[in-house]
Design a protein around this ligand. Structure first.
Ligand code: ZN
Length: 684
């Protein structure tokens, strides 16, 4: 529910911000945040707000300005500098210009900024300039759009909101909308606000409070009017759904969809194995009861395959979702064909009855935003269907015009990190090397599933990664010796992000004993984790890569002990050699799928502080005893024996994995030593 205006926090913020930014911007910030705090009013950078006042130009002139929210900025967390000062007199001169191309309008608005380095203001800046009231609040409130986006929308809005509200038909955002709004306002300056059909609500006032209170009042009237419909919808959407079965289906379908989308995204002529960062989408899935019940209703398909609630959602979920019938056991090729033949435009939202929804983004953040926007859109359409009301969205020509605007495209422009769009799964992540690999991959923009045995070490890593790479990592319990556990982790990653591109089998255990002393059970324990565990992870990865059909990478963490084993280290060296050989076999078997399999072979990685290497806590004591060295001296001993006298860190191993993951060279089946140079261990 929207939060009402509260004098106490308003005054606190005024005391904090007022001395620097002035009363108007301080209170503007307060109600902008209130508006942004409720996802039923605005979502992820949607909506915009403004306030008028006076400010000094770079030349020292005192002029009238309007501060308009910066484009795409999230209202919930806005700071006073998030409203950009525009020269009001200059902005209003745009009214005389009549029609302008998108590019010229964009340039003309940018030229009104007092500070040329300020961010671009909202696309709706001309509205905020042309209308006289001091404060303006604009949202895409679900309740208003639910009334607006139906065939008798005008009557529904009129009945719900009363006569004190101006109703405008849909007008393309920009100069046309600003001119139409200014004329309508001039004709009825006493109105409380204005609804733009298929777009949203605008209110105004002489104080921050007046404009915000009016906003909430009108949204509340719309909600009350919808109460009956919502009750009917709640009954209709309380169908029996099997959530577990839907989850299983969605986990199986998501990678196939993701592979098919990659084909649509990729430049023509590139082979599946050549997909790289930027070519791969991330899919955020959701399949709650209400969504599943809606998708199962008669007429859901027609109701759902319609444009979004408001223009701002277009860049997030596209003009229309894709409806994908995917019965249990459907062949991946058939699903891929359905997606490929859906019109050539890559969909941004895929609805799968009986399974749920998949929202598409270029990275984890974009996919998450798309999923949130999609959920609000589906909820409104579902409630209307349950009440027997058809949905009416934007007309097709408006959709196209809005999708190509420079101001909208700018919201999506971001420098892509080298691995953005790449989904990685690392086993044995809670160890020193595994943690280092996760960090390097996440820092490069990959979505990283850090997996290990459940327990406090994994929990600690999860907390560290979540703090350093918000939203980009996932910690999952995975026992590499249990096939069901391996499959469950891959399923969880598919549900979170849509599939997997990079698998790093790294889990391993060590033991020190001569062959004479080595007992069979210990050998078998190492064999289960190091050899069988690698086999199970490689096999599951292979099955996933095949379904996904978009290539992939495996980077096995091998060891210097494979080419150059050490005495009393037989169990480790032999079982890791088996793992290494399995990875080489995988490079042969998976190449036709465009999957590359390579190995990194570190030596003497001790790790630091909290995250000491598990291998070295096992090996260290006996080696220290054998050589009569302290822990630090032992570390120095290993450092001294390599050619470069290098101290090998988990980060170095991560960088080696990153080299293969970034696909700079067409390389598979090779081993990259990360050991500072050990001639006996150099692969030949
Ligand atoms: Zn808007």
């Amino acid at each position: 529910m929207p939060q009402p205006y509260d004098e106490t926090p308003a005054n606190l913020l005024l005391a904090e911000l007022g001395p620097v930014y002035g009363e108007a911007l301080a209170l503007r910030t307060y109600t902008a945040r209130l508006l942004g705090a409720d996802p039923s009013l605005v979502l992820h950078g949607g909506g915009n707000t403004s306030v008028k006042g006076r400010a000094t130009t770079l030349l020292g002139e005192d002029v009238e300005v309007v501060w308009v929210k910066a484009s795409g900025l999230d209202l919930a967390t806005i700071e006073p500098t998030g409203h950009v000062a525009l020269d009001l007199a200059r902005l209003r001169r745009l009214r005389e210009l009549g029609e302008l191309t998108d590019a010229r309008l964009d340039a003309a608005v940018l030229a009104c900024r007092l500070d040329p380095h300020a961010p671009p203001p909202s696309l709706e800046a001309p509205v905020h300039g042309f209308l006289p009231p001091r404060f303006l609040d604009h949202s895409h409130a679900d309740a208003i759009l639910a009334l607006s986006n139906r065939p008798d929308g005008e009557n529904a809005l009129r009945r719900a909101l009363g006569a004190e509200v101006i109703l405008l038909p849909y007008v393309l955002p920009g100069l046309g909308l600003a001119q139409a709004s200014a004329e309508a306002f001039a004709a009825r300056p006493g109105a409380l606000g204005m609804v733009w059909r298929q777009h949203g609500l605008l209110t105004w006032g002489e104080t921050a409070r007046e404009s915000y209170d009016r906003h909430l009042e009108l949204v509340e009237r719309a909600r009350e009017h919808l109460e009956g419909e919502r009750a009917r919808a709640a009954r209709a959407l309380r169908a029996e759904v099997d959530l577990a079965a839907a989850r299983r289906r969605l986990a199986a379908i998501a990678p196939v969809v993701r592979g098919a989308l990659t084909s649509l995204w990729r430049p023509a002529g590139t082979a599946p194995g050549e997909a790289g960062a930027g070519d791969r989408p991330i899919l955020a899935s959701f399949g709650d009861e209400a969504t599943l019940a809606f998708l199962a209703l008669p007429g859901a398909r027609d109701q759902a395959l319609t444009p979004p609630l408001t223009t701002d959602h277009l860049i997030r979920i596209g003009a229309e979702p894709l409806w994908l019938e995917a019965p249990d056991g459907a062949a991946p090729e058939d699903l891929r064909a359905k997606i490929a033949h859906a019109g050539g435009v890559a969909p941004r939202l895929i609805l799968v009855p009986g399974a749920g929804a998949l929202a598409v983004g270029r990275d984890v953040r974009e996919a998450r935003i798309a999923a949130d926007v999609a959920a609000h859109n589906l909820a409104v359409k579902a409630a209307q269907l349950a009440a027997g009301i058809p949905y009416q969205g934007l007309a097709a020509d408006h959709l196209q015009a809005m999708l190509t605007r420079p101001q909208q495209l700018r919201k999506l422009a971001s420098a892509a990190a080298p691995l953005s769009g790449t989904i990685a799964l690392v086993t044995g992540a809670a160890g020193a090397i595994g943690g280092g690999i996760c960090r390097v991959l996440a820092a490069s923009g990959a979505a990283v599933a850090a997996t290990d045995l459940a327990g406090p070490t994994l929990d600690a890593l999860a907390a560290e990664l979540a703090a350093d790479f918000p939203g980009l990592t996932l910690a999952l319990p995975l026992d590499v010796t249990e096939p069901a556990s391996v499959a469950a982790a891959f399923d969880a990653v598919a549900l979170a992000w849509g599939g997997v591109d990079l698998v790093v089998p790294n889990a391993g255990v060590a033991h020190v004993a001569s062959l004479e002393e080595l007992d069979l059970e210990t050998f078998r324990r190492l064999e289960r984790v190091n050899s069988e565990g690698t086999l199970l992870v490689l096999a599951e990865a292979a099955r996933r890569f095949r379904r996904q059909a978009m290539g992939g990478d495996v980077v096995l963490v091998s060891t210097k002990n494979v080419p150059a084993p050490g005495a009393s280290f037989g169990a480790y060296s032999a079982t890791k050699a088996a793992a290494h050989q399995l990875a080489r076999i995988a490079s042969l078997e998976l190449a036709p799928l465009g999957v590359r399999v390579n190995m990194v072979a570190p030596d003497a990685v001790f790790g630091e502080g909290e995250r000491r290497s598990g291998l070295w806590s096992e090996v260290g004591p006996s080696r220290m005893k054998a050589r009569g060295l302290s822990a630090t001296e032992l570390e120095g001993y290993y450092q001294g024996r390599n050619l470069l006298k290098a101290r090998i860190t988990p980060q170095h191993v991560g960088e080696a994995v990153l080299f293969f993951a970034s696909r700079k060279t067409p390389t598979t089946g090779v081993t990259l030593p990360v050991d500072g140079g050990l001639p006996d261990a150099t692969p030949r």
